[in-house]
Design a protein around this ligand. Structure first.
Ligand code: ASP
Length: 286
């Protein structure tokens, strides 16, 4: 039996709404990525391959706070984190606070084949060199301006979820962090709170990392769905509970039947999805 593949991606949650020109930039970027990546699923690519490719494209676009365009920590360094998980082997891999690597998600993907699957700092960098991964500077003028104004943020982290023709789910998440945070702070993105995929559901979260971890967002939603809840009920429950304790974040989620829920308790969630029936970008069908 062939399953209809689905891809959903996000570019972060935020406290501010978008200006018309930023909205146009995001719409164009999200659409471009979906148009390149969903056909890969149609041609039989695995969910894991496609979330990796979509996240590489998001990291390469300086609009987002991941890869090129990442935010800068308090000591002037950019340290990026990413993780990836698939339902087929229920494997999770990630890298924490890596510097100068062009695509942290490719490092996480390479780590999936290893026994030691979550590496940080110098070890992760050495492994990336051994794997022949590309290095480049992630600094952009926008990130430098934010740094000089000590701007913290909760936006721009990226993520991708896919369901492939064989019914496999995968999740990928990549971030430059919160911006102006204490050096070496660890965000939620390289943890199972920020990124998780089971045989039943996949979730990528974005927002204040500490609060995402405290609510165990992604792994909890997947566990609730595995226990028989609908995806919608699981997401609503987690967001409602989070709001009571002051948690501010958003997420994209996808289940085995190809149903998605993209939701946040912040004013803004930048997301887009593609099914056979067409694209939905920033909540609008196009
Ligand atoms: N979750 C990320 C962090 O706390 C930030 C974000 O999603 O934009 O580092």
């Amino acid at each position: 039996m062939s399953i209809e593949p689905v891809l959903i991606i996000h570019g972060g949650a935020g406290s501010k709404t978008l200006t018309a020109s930023r909205k146009a930039d995001f719409t164009k970027s999200l659409q471009r990525i979906l148009k390149e990546c969903r056909p890969l699923l149609e041609r039989g690519a695995s969910a894991l391959e496609v979330v990796t490719r979509a996240t590489v494209l998001l990291e390469d676009d300086p609009l987002y706070n991941a890869g090129l365009g990442s935010k800068i920590q308090r000591d002037g360094h950019i340290r990026m984190s990413a993780s990836i998980m698939d339902s087929e082997r229920r494997r999770f891999a990630g890298c924490v606070n890596v510097e100068g690597i062009k695509n942290p998600i490719l490092l996480a993907r390479a780590l999936m084949r290893e026994k030691d699957r979550v590496l940080s700092g110098k070890g992760a960098t050495r492994f990336a060199r051994d794997m022949g991964l590309q290095f480049s500077s992630p600094f952009t003028p926008r990130a430098l301006t934010d740094y000089h104004t000590k701007a913290e943020g909760k936006s721009g982290t990226v993520g991708a979820l896919a369901l492939d023709k064989k019914g496999r789910l995968a999740a990928a998440t990549s971030t430059g962090g919160r911006g102006f945070e204490y050096p070496f702070r660890v965000s939620d993105s390289p943890t199972v709170a920020g990124n998780f995929a089971s045989a039943f559901a996949a979730v990528s979260a974005t927002g204040t990392g500490e609060e995402i971890v405290e609510c165990a967002v992604a792994s909890n939603i997947c566990a609730y769905v595995e226990a028989g809840w609908t995806l919608e009920k699981a997401v609503k429950y987690v967001l409602r509970t989070a709001k009571k304790s002051g948690g501010h974040f958003g997420l994209i989620s996808l289940d085995l039947k190809g149903r998605w829920v993209a939701s946040s308790n912040t004013p803004l969630l930048i997301w887009a999805g593609a099914k056979k029936t067409g694209l939905t970008v920033l909540g609008r069908k196009i």
